[in-house]
Design a protein around this ligand. Structure first.
Ligand code: GTP
Ligand code: MG
Length: 196
């Protein structure tokens, strides 16, 4: 796979508007502002592949990116953001749920959580759902540059311990787009899942 040559394919509000459902897709999911779009840009060494913003709720559609060999990255709208008008929120949360439940080519999920606020109720629901759906998960503790090295290691161990209750195939790693940390784990995970 060639992450550096990743290119935007399409945005859609419904899965019926997406390109054909073949090959393999790895979706990036997590609460609004967790750093989904940023991590995708970091992985692909591109600054503007996926649109990022300091205002939560930036990504409102399902965005597909081509990484070659019929494999795609999927930037999903964030969940759990309260300050968005309900109508709009319902619309894009519907798209998110529809994507997760119906997309056949979805082969694995990257769940992004701010290292300072991991495993919120919605994150736990997503993890539970992924395990029940037999989807391998890489949980990334994002923005780890915000914590000192000791504190971030402690968080990593804490989350690894806590996720054992979910069973299933869940790996947990630290990640920072700012410091380019954890990028190798992310690319390895995607390679493994796409060629599975
Ligand atoms: P939505 O699309 O709104 O759901 O958000 P998102 O999860 O795609 O988050 P996005 O990548 O847009 O990043 C949100 C904010 O966090 C931006 O201001 C980023 O610059 C910041 N951010 C992302 N990754 C990092 C990181 O590794 N370190 C730090 N310090 N800030 C980060
Ligand atoms: Mg985004």
């Amino acid at each position: 796979l060639n992450f550096r040559n990743a290119s935007f394919i399409t945005s859609a509000a419904k899965i019926s508007q997406l390109t054909s459902d073949g090959g393999a897709e790895v979706a990036f999911a997590g609460r609004s502002n967790a750093g989904k779009s940023s991590s995708m840009n970091t992985l692909c060494v591109q600054t503007n592949l996926a649109r990022t913003s300091k205002t939560p709720g930036r990504t409102q559609l399902i965005n597909l990116f081509d990484i070659g060999q019929d494999c795609r990255l999927v930037d999903l709208p964030g969940y759990g953001f309260a300050k968005v008008p309900l109508e709009l929120k319902e619309k894009w949360q519907l798209a998110l749920t529809e994507y997760l439940e119906k997309r056949e080519s979805l082969c694995a999920v990257v769940v992004l959580m701010d290292v300072r606020h991991p495993l919120k109720e919605v994150d736990q629901m997503l993890l539970q759902w992924a395990v029940a759906s037999d989807l391998p998960v890489l949980a990334l503790l994002t923005k780890c540059d915000k914590l000192k090295s000791g504190a971030r290691k402690a968080q990593l161990l804490k989350v690894r311990e806590a996720i054992t209750v979910f069973g299933g195939d869940i790996q947990v790693e630290l990640f920072s787009s700012l410091k380019k940390l954890g990028v190798e784990h992310l690319s390895q995970f995607i390679e493994t899942q796409c060629y599975r």
